[in-house]
Write a protein that binds this ligand. Structure first.
Ligand code: CP
Length: 336
C-alpha cells in the first residue's frame, strides 16, 4: 500500500507486506525509543490527539511517539470539552481541526465515527479505537509483540497457536487482532468467553476463510494448555447497559501463577492489551504473575511506542530521513 498521506482506520486495509514494512520501520525506531539517540525529523509538525473516551496507553504513546520524532502534540480530551457537546457535527469538527494539525489520532465511543471524521479531514487520521469496532494500531503492536516473543523462542508467526479470552463480543482489540491473523498462515485460534460475550460471527468467518482452525470454548484451563500466546482481555464494562450486567461476567477467567504452572506449556506468553482489571472481583491476570518472565504485557505496551513511531514516519513520509536528523542524547537516561 501507499503509506504517505493515508488514513489508518481498519486492519482490513493492510496486506502482509505492509505489516512487514511497518515492523521493519518499528525495529529501526528502537534507539530513539530507548533514548540512545534523538531525532528532529518531524520538527514543526503538529499531532492532533483527540480522545473522546478514556485512555492511558494509546493516547500517551501516540503523543510520546510523535514527540520522539521531534513533533508537537495538541490534545483534546473528552467530548464535553469540545463543541461536539453543543451540537457541532463530526464533519464540521473534522474540517476545522484538520486545519490545525498535520495528522490526527482519534478515539470515539461510536463504531464508524473515526471513519466518518476521516472522510471530512484534510489530513491523515489514525483510528485510536471506535466503540466496539476496531483498534488497528493495537493489533499492529500486538502482532509485533507476538513476533518478537516467538522469535525469542526460535519460532515464526506462521503456525501460531493463540487463545483469546474474555469479552470477545465488545473487545475491539480482539476484533482487529482477528483481522490481523488472517494475514498469517496455519493459525490455531481458541476463542474463550461466556456464551453471551462470544466473538461476533463475522470475525470467526474471516478466520475460517483464511484457512485457520477455530475452536470455541467456555473453559479456561482446557483452552490454554496447547497455545503459544494467551491473549486475555477485560470485560468491557463501558459497552454494557449497566455496571451490574457487566459484573455478572467479571472474574470468570482468572489466570494466576498456579493455573499457569499446572496447565500451560513452559514458554506460553501471556499478553493483554491493558488495562487489566485488577479489582478483587475481576483479577483477570493475577499480580502473582508479575515476575513470570513470560508475562509480556509491559513489553507489549512499550512496543506501542515503536509501532506508533513507525506509523507516523510512514504516513508523513519521513521513514528514510529519521537518521539524517539524529544526534546523541545529552541527558541522563536509563531504559531497560
Ligand atoms: N490498550 C489500550 O487501548 O489501552 P488504553 O485504553 O489505556 O489506551
Amino acid at each position: 500500500m501507499q503509506f504517505a498521506g493515508t488514513h489508518v482506520l481498519s486492519v482490513e486495509q493492510f496486506e502482509r507486506g505492509d505489516i512487514d514494512r511497518i515492523f521493519a520501520v518499528a525495529d529501526a525506531m528502537a534507539p530513539y525509543a530507548l533514548r540512545q539517540k534523538v531525532t528532529r525529523v518531524l520538527e514543526g509538525a503538529i499531532l492532533g490527539n483527540m480522545f473522546f473516551e478514556p485512555s492511558t496507553r494509546t493516547r500517551v504513546s501516540f503523543g510520546c511517539a510523535f514527540n520522539l520524532l521531534g513533533g508537537n502534540v495538541r490534545e483534546t480530551i473528552g467530548l464535553e470539552s469540545t463543541s461536539l457537546a453543543k451540537g457541532e457535527s463530526i464533519y464540521d469538527t473534522a474540517r476545522v481541526l484538520s486545519g490545525y494539525s498535520d495528522i490526527i489520532c482519534m478515539r470515539h465511543p461510536t463504531a464508524g465515527s473515526v471513519a466518518e471524521f476521516a472522510a471530512a479531514s484534510r489530513v491523515p487520521v489514525i483510528n485510536g479505537g471506535d466503540g466496539a469496532n476496531e483498534h488497528p494500531s493495537q493489533a499492529l503492536l500486538d502482532l509485533y509483540t507476538i513476533r518478537k516473543e516467538l522469535h525469542h523462542h526460535g519460532r515464526e508467526l506462521d503456525g501460531l497457536r493463540i487463545a483469546m479470552i474474555g469479552d470477545l463480543k465488545h473487545g475491539r482489540t480482539v476484533h482487529s487482532l482477528c483481522r490481523m491473523l488472517t494475514l498469517l498462515k496455519q493459525v490455531k485460534v481458541v476463542l474463550v468467553s461466556p456464551q453471551e460475550l462470544a466473538m461476533p460471527e463475522l470475525y470467526i468467518e474471516l478466520l475460517r476463510q483464511a484457512g485457520h482452525q477455530v475452536t470455541i470454548s467456555t473453559d479456561l484451563t482446557d483452552s490454554i494448555a496447547q497455545v503459544d500466546i494467551i491473549y486475555s482481555t477485560r470485560i468491557q464494562e463501558e459497552r454494557f447497559a449497566s455496571k451490574a450486567e457487566a459484573a455478572m461476567y467479571r472474574g470468570r477467567f482468572r489466570l494466576n501463577q498456579a493455573t499457569y504452572t499446572q496447565y500451560c506449556e513452559p514458554n506460553t506468553v501471556i499478553m493483554h492489551p491493558l488495562p487489566r482489571d485488577s479489582r478483587a472481583e475481576a483479577n483477570e491476570l493475577d499480580n502473582d504473575l508479575n515476575h513470570n518472565p513470560n508475562l509480556a504485557i509491559f513489553r507489549q505496551a512499550d512496543n506501542g511506542i515503536l509501532v506508533r513511531m513507525a506509523l507516523f514516519a510512514l504516513i508523513l513520509d519521513v521513514a528514510h530521513a529519521v537518521d539524517l536528523h539524529a544526534r546523541p542524547v545529552n541527558w541522563y537516561h536509563r531504559r531497560s
